[in-house]
Design a protein around this ligand. Sequence first.
Ligand code: HEM
Length: 417
Amino acid sequence: MTATTRDHTLLELIGMLVDPAARPDPYPVYARIRELGPSVLDLPLWQTPGAVISSYQGCEAVLRDPRMSSQRGRDRNLADLMPPGAPSSVRQRWFLSLDAPDHTRLRRLVSAAFTARRIGRLSERIAGLVDELLDRAAERDGPFDIVEDLAYPLPMTVICEMLGVPAADQEQVREWSSRLTRLIDGFGAPPTEESISGLLALNVYLNELIASRQARPGDDLISALTAVREGGDSLSHDELVSIVALLLVAGHETTVNLIANGALALLRHPEHLAALRESPRAPELAEAVVEETLRYDPPVHITARVATEDMELSGVRLRRGAMVVLLLAAAHRDPRETEKPDVFDPYRPEIKHLAFGLGPHFCLGAPLARLEARLALTRLAQRLPEPVLLQDPPPYRDHVNLRGPLSITVPRPSLLT
Ligand code: HEM
């Protein structure tokens, strides 16, 4: 295939990928993109042609490459689109999209408050919350929706309680967050009015919440972040707002898919579900089920970097400023890295994935997401007397990147005895 035919085919395949018809099973499209090898993508909205990387080794190399920047241009454009009265915090980039030294500094300050100890302390509360949510579903008539009744409210409640966001505000935060996640869906598409308004509203809300916590600190993570002092350095008000917004959004929009995708894989593989319910080695199996879900059907499909200099990347010539799109979900099914990659098998000797990224931006919330998913899937296995999917495939959210089921209906769970 000539380079031109290949680029044309890639464009067609990307078209198939973003089509909602591919949402229940995008993996055959990913396989075809992977077979093309590293390819040039020339989208009209990009200043210069970019690259699409879909092999495991290719994605790994880009995530480790110091010539690659996380400062994706759309954030800059976004600040310019905000109305004049918008709080100045909307101009503060999320540290997910910053490079060293700014990224290093903010990540260090956040890590001083968002610690493994703080997360470990939550274990009992998360287990209790899972049972509360399952009890609520057991007491109600009609089928149980694993997404709406468990996979969504669990991480949302956990991150809100952790940060100290009042329970009464959760519905509103959910709505803003769902609007603004459109910003990271796809291939650098321009922000919509809806996504801008979501980001703005969340910023206005968090400005007030953080100011009140600064005046009257509590036992929550916002108060802890406010108090962080590291070698004479601390977080400014706008930095705090942007960090809390990032933790709030990243803390639930992704974990919902991990729990839902894991539940779906288990319901489609009743032998693993039964083992999780009955085996004396259930805790180890729960860990493996979560890791295999992260590989097989990851909650985040795409991330991107920007080339900071003219370069050649896996045979593709790139100009400075070119976008490099990493198809993580395609990389996870790379047969050169994983044997029989299209099989869901938690007993693999080694489960390799890039679901939480790699390198300096490795997901800060990975231990929390793993803990929530382990506890949710284990209790689900124990408390579903009739573990059958009432609709397969289930309907999907319209997201290409944060892809996950919209609902998964099964017969009601049993009451806790
Ligand atoms: C299954 C759930 C999750 C998945 C799949 C996930 C995935 C990711 C990925 C892929 C990145 C790196 C992006 C890149 O390098 O371009 C990332 C970064 C990040 N995630 Fe997560 N995440 C999850 C849960 C969470 C949770 C629960 C939190 C917080 C409560 C969180 C907070 C963050 C933060 C703060 C970063 C930025 C780190 C940095 O730039 O240094 N994530 N996540």
